[in-house]
Design a protein around this ligand. Structure first.
Ligand SMILES: Cc1ncc(COP(=O)(O)O)c(C=O)c1O
Length: 459
């Protein structure tokens, strides 16, 4: 499968360690090598073209050939390829990007701290919560609550906060001071007959009980994605965030909103926080911030937290946190250009215009025999495959049903991602209705093949 000894595939297997990959299987199967991209399409080394239905990793919002981003990078690269923001140093592009992000923020925010990845932005938010509570004389208020099935990255802290046991196993995680609340997936976890509102009531009550059991004086923050992405595109049940936020306010628990996937249009508003009425104290963005053309992320910091940080840093004379690439001028220039394009082309308006068609592609699969739930919002969707539709019984994971659908889709020129047996799709935000129709046709063919192969294993 990996071809000739000097093939790119063989060299990959010999030299590259792949994240989120079955390492043993990779030695046999080899890589999937993409050579180039155009619009919502990418082309592999054999010349075959695919609709990139995952925008890479939910990130290339403007597709794969946005010349303006390339030019913005080249201009900045030629002028000043690097600058740091340590020790008070700065640069016009970085300043302008921070200002722009503050002006776009769904709630008033005070300062922006830059990094390169979503993991770093979230990890930073956790540290800032601790720094803030130390400044306020509450060193014992340090536990952070994530959610089962949530995903926040792969640093030590963000892996811990992610509620996915496979990411903990083998890594001696989670760390101490991390708790996990319920996953807000109504289809999977609601009791028979429980409405979305009743389910939300129960989850908010459980969260309150968790905080009370631990002691509110020990619980510092709650972190959540507006829509869980990696958890399988879990759209929150009606009234969930309203009720959860009431609990957080009651016990002085800060709210970190992880907008790494939802930020910049994915849900049909600039931020998922707007779509679902979230009021973050700290907010983290990455991915579409630069349409992923260069790595850059941002942690938005509310004024009270910033003020406490100033007081804490006065004690030692330094706020001792940051990265070599915090506010990297070339990444910042690309992000600024991306934000200009979102505004000029009204990308949010475009997402709203095409989202109904996109959602219909997936919702229309709800009646198919292997589909337990077809769900989504904006330009993100998930199709959960089950062995028993009535009883919602999952397939035996060893059958790898989701992975099979993913491989059939690839055969038909569509890239989607299997997260267990939920197959997710989140195309570039520039996708047109015609491209959505084509994407849907390819997905249906892959699903039909999956039915042929697995209906016998279903109830
Ligand atoms: C919601 C969410 N948060 C954080 C991250 C981590 O971002 P990164 O891979 O840039 O570190 C991701 C990545 O997919 C994500 O989906």
């Amino acid at each position: 499968m990996t071809g000739q000894p000097n093939s790119a595939a063989a060299r990959d297997v010999a030299a590259v360690l792949h994240p989120f990959t079955d390492l043993k299987a990779h030695e046999e199967d080899g890589p999937f090598i993409i050579d180039r991209g155009s619009g919502v399409y990418v082309t592999d080394e054999s010349g075959k073209t695919y609709i990139e239905g995952m925008s890479g990793l939910w990130c290339t919002a403007l597709g794969f050939s946005e010349r303006r981003l390339v030019d913005a990078a080249a201009r900045q690269m030629a002028e000043l390829p690097y600058n740091q923001t340590f020790l008070g140093r700065s640069h016009e592009t970085t300043i302008a990007l921070a200002e722009r992000l503050l002006s776009l923020s769904p709630v008033p925010m005070s300062r922006i701290l830059f990094a390169s990845s979503g993991s770093e932005a979230n990890d930073t938010a956790v540290k800032l919560v601790w720094y803030h509570n130390n400044a306020e004389g509450r060193p014992g208020k340090r536990k952070i609550v994530g959610r089962r099935n949530g995903y926040h990255g792969t640093t030590v802290a963000t892996t811990s906060l992610s509620g996915i046991p496979d990411l903990h196993r083998g890594f001696n995680l989670p760390i101490a001071d991390v708790l996990h609340a319920d996953c807000p997936h109504h289809y999977r976890f609601a009791r028979p007959g429980e409405t979305e509102e009743e389910f939300a009531d129960r989850l908010a009550a459980n969260l309150e009980r968790l905080i009370l059991d631990e002691g509110p004086e020990t619980v510092a923050a709650f972190i959540a994605e507006p829509v869980m992405g990696v958890g399988g595109v879990i759209v929150p049940p009606r009234t969930y965030f309203e009720k959860v936020q009431a609990v957080l306010r009651e016990y002085g628990v800060l709210f970190i909103v992880d907008e790494v996937i939802c930020g910049f249009g994915r849900t049909g508003n600039m931020f998922g926080s707007e779509t679902f009425g979230l009021r973050p104290d700290l907010m983290c963005c990455a991915k579409a911030l630069s349409s992923a053309y260069l790595p850059i992320s941002a942690t938005f910091i509310a004024e009270p937290i910033y003020r406490a940080m100033v007081a804490e840093s006065e004690k030692s004379g330094v706020f001792g946190h940051g990265y070599t690439y915090s506010g990297h001028p070339v990444a910042a220039a690309v992000a600024l250009e991306a934000l200009d394009i979102y505004e000029e082309r009204d990308i949010v308006g475009h997402v709203r215009a095409v989202a109904p068609r996109f959602q219909e592609v997936f919702r229309s699969l709800a009646d198919r025999p292997l589909v337990g739930e077809a769900r989504g919002v904006g330009l993100m969707a998930g199709v959960e495959l089950v062995a028993d539709k009535a009883g919602k019984r999952p397939f035996d994971p060893a059958l790898k049903v989701g992975a099979y659908l993913m491989s059939r889709a690839r055969e038909y020129g569509l890239i989607v991602r299997a997260l267990g047996d939920t197959v997710v799709c989140a195309p570039p935000l520039i996708v047109t209705e015609d491209e959505i129709d084509e994407l849907g046709a390819r997905f249906r063919r892959a699903l039909a093949d999956t039915e042929v192969r697995f209906l016998k294993d279903a109830a």
